[in-house]
Write a protein that binds this ligand. Structure first.
Ligand code: MN
Length: 204
């Protein structure tokens, strides 16, 4: 099994920590509940990064259109490199020219678990099978969801394609668009503009 430090190799290779304020990771912080976060990221293209804690790292998907609360909508989710758990608290601007340059806002955060029971083994097995069912307990997004790995073959980009789908439950709201509704940080209350304008020396 890959060690947690090993899982973060790609994350660290892509970043110059002398230039970006993103965390290097590897801290021992571990809470009993599994963490969930979704960050809005105004990179070359604005997208949302969904991160779910599993085995000591944040499994991460870039969701170009963001989450939908409509169970009939499937949102493309590109599986990207594992991120450190400390990344969940990151809010700020990655310098232009650096990997992922642009402003990052915590759009939602909380904990998550499995549908049936709350064991990490259930989640791990779903993730491994590419049929990753989970329940969000965020400040904003809640209820049952699934990430389904598509059968794309060929290029790496295609193999990394998953679909994010809201299950039918009381937290499904076909008429509510969370992307349009949640324009401030779930962590700091700031807008993207306020985060972008903040003094980088201020804590995030
Ligand atoms: Mn991103």
């Amino acid at each position: 099994m890959t060690t947690r430090a090993g899982k973060l190799t790609e994350y660290r290779r892509k970043r110059d920590f002398a230039r970006t304020r993103e965390p290097k990771g590897g801290g021992r912080k571990r809470s009993p509940r599994l963490a969930y976060v979704i960050q809005k990221h105004a990179a070359s293209r604005t997208h949302f990064d969904l991160r779910l804690e599993l085995d000591g790292v944040m499994k991460s998907w870039a969701v170009p259109k963001g989450p939908s609360l409509d169970p009939s909508v499937k949102r493309l989710a590109i599986h990207v490199e594992d991120h450190p758990i400390e990344y969940n608290r990151f809010e700020g601007t990655i310098p232009k020219g650096e990997y992922g340059g642009g402003t990052v806002m915590v759009s939602d955060r909380g904990t998550y678990g499995a549908d049936s029971d709350d064991t990490e083994a259930t989640l791990r097995e779903g993730y491994r099978r590419g049929d990753f069912k989970f329940v969000l307990k965020g400040k904003r997004l809640k209820g049952s969801w699934v990430l389904v790995r598509t059968r794309g073959r060929g290029s790496r980009d295609r193999r990394n394609q998953w679909l994010l789908i809201k299950h039918r439950d009381t937290a499904a709201h076909p008429d509510t668009d969370p992307v349009a509704e949640y324009l401030t940080s779930a962590a700091s209350g700031r807008t993207m503009e306020e985060i972008a304008d903040a003094n980088p020396e201020e804590g995030s």
